[in-house]
Design a protein around this ligand. Sequence first.
Ligand code: NDP
Length: 250
Amino acid sequence: MTETDVRRGVVLITGGSRGIGAAAAVALAADGWDVGVNYRTRTDEAARVVKACEELGRRAIAVQADVTEADQIERLFDTVTAELGPIRAVINNAGIVSPSGRVAEYDAERLERVFRINSISAILVAGAAVRRMSTAYGGSGGVLVNVSSRAAVLGSAGEYVDYAASKAAVDALTVGLANEVSKEGVRVLGVRPGLIETEIHEEGRLERIGTTPPLGRPGKAEEVAEVIAFLASDGSSYMTGSTVDVAGGR
Ligand code: NDP
């Protein structure tokens, strides 16, 4: 990544300490954004992401917040706004996979946890983003990028059916919210990553799933991050309500 002289404004990324979120933070910094990096537990990793953004000549801060808690989402948005300025883009990225087994044997508590973070938190973060960016709330517009999953469309290779269903809610959020706020200066977009090499996959999962996409390999977080950076930029100015597959053809 190299520095740019372009200044685009402030972007907030949920789950920015690792994986796709961390790569998106660096790609967005390289593209001229000041970056609010949210994390839940990995303080050191978040600090490293902030440093990488600063080395690209941008301002960046790390903010600890659990986005399953509505009051923590509010504090997160308020902190980023107070420290960096008005938020012009939000990458709604935090999510989990939880080993699930057969649907017939699901545990309700685990299921609620998956939907809590992947679906409900994503909707709450989207609402918080709209309250900061929409002209209907005194904002001056912006872009929301929701991180869904190719599993939302394909199912999840014979397991993790709950995860796929929780991400289908994100796809519906992107379409529905775009209809709601497009006339208020907010564009709502999404990405559907395929299998991407990050810590979200427990040891051996990628090998076990064994589905090779047409491009012949799993993806890298940076390859999703580049698409997120494009969607957040003015280059996507005539797009809203769309979700882009970044899945190696899968
Ligand atoms: P990682 O497990 O590598 O990173 C997850 C990130 O989310 C971490 O930064 C983590 O923070 C954060 N996070 C988790 N729970 C919370 C929470 N409650 N509040 C705040 N932050 C939280 O995952 P990926 O980078 O692989 O995944 C990112 C997104 O991409 C997810 O939504 C995932 O579903 C989606 N995706 C990933 C695919 C893949 O193959 N990797 C495929 C399709 C979609 P911390 O480390 O500080 O705890």
